[in-house]
Design a protein around this ligand. Sequence first.
Ligand SMILES: *Cc1c(COP(=O)(O)O)cnc(C)c1O
Length: 379
Amino acid sequence: MITYSKQNICSRDIKSVVKVLKSPYLTQGPEVPKFEKKVQDYCKVKYAIACNSATSALHIACKSLSLSKKDILWTSPNTFVASANCALHCGAQVDFVDIDPFSYNICIKKLEKKLQQAKKKKTLPKILVVVHMAGLSPDIRSIKLLSKKYKFKIIEDASHALGGKYLGGKIGNCLFSDMTIFSFHPVKIITSGEGGVVTTNNYQLSRKLMLYRSHGITSDPKKMENTPKNEIWNYQMIALGNNYRMTDIQASLGLSQMRKLNAFVRERNVLAKNYNLLLKDLPVQLPISLKNSYSTFHLYIIRIKNQKKIFNLFRKKNVLVNLHYIPVYRQPYYAKMGFKIGYCPESEKYFKEAISIPIYPGLKYSEQKYIANIIKKNV
Ligand SMILES: *Cc1c(COP(=O)(O)O)cnc(C)c1O
């Protein structure tokens, strides 16, 4: 069996986790801050707040920007449902901007057009969630310019993109956004089992994120109401939060994996180059590269006319290819909110042609040739 992606765990990873299991703290110990510091330093960003998933990271990112009823969040339909659901969890509305047919990221021209129309109708979004599809950054500097003109906040959903670069800087440095989200689910670039992180350069946002991650409880006397005397046991709940904390077990795995991050991304890029050569000259649309973006190749997506046939063939041969993504608004839950099939035409065309073929550190060249041959013989 070959899967489209999977984790890469070494004996050092296992040792780090076992060490925590034998330590006094399984959660709320020293490993989480260490992991956060590591991500901060890596991304060259001021703050990193670890969570138990990217889904919860997205939720508190929206909450910390005070997204609520009457507000609107926009994102790409070509993403995992969590990039849009974070708005619904805040009681806000969601709308979608169609994709570019080559990068599979949000189309910036369509975004600008939609913003112009929304301004007239007074339906401008409060937040735009920008997805780094497959690990390739869109031209986020242009999006930042639009955000100044139309006054919206930017959350980068870089669940695919830890270790990627844009304009020479690491994704997660938040130079062109308010916050960036990463996921550490086992299929992503590095893993902590389950886990996520929010990065930001904004102190106020970082405090809010920490508060919402842990029940809205503070033990900082300065933040408390009716300023209690300095009793050491004192704490107050000053906002409504959740338990979205990462455990020290997860953080220790994440920390250990961080040491391999650059090697993982380099290997994924080598594998992508191999596929580019193996599949060239076939009637298959291959991933593009962009001059300002260094992709992590979390996914290697091809577009192919006889998608269904090839997909089934792969599955029959135990090559677990996948489809990233069904346009989010096509999900029954969103359809019931009024979204119609065909809402974003480029995303629909893409959805009928895309296949994510296996790519992960440890995938062998012989396996890549085997996969490429299946395509070659059947297109
Ligand atoms: C994986 C993923 C998420 C959710 O990540 P979890 O850590 O599983 O919650 C969100 N957005 C995108 C684009 C993803 O790929």
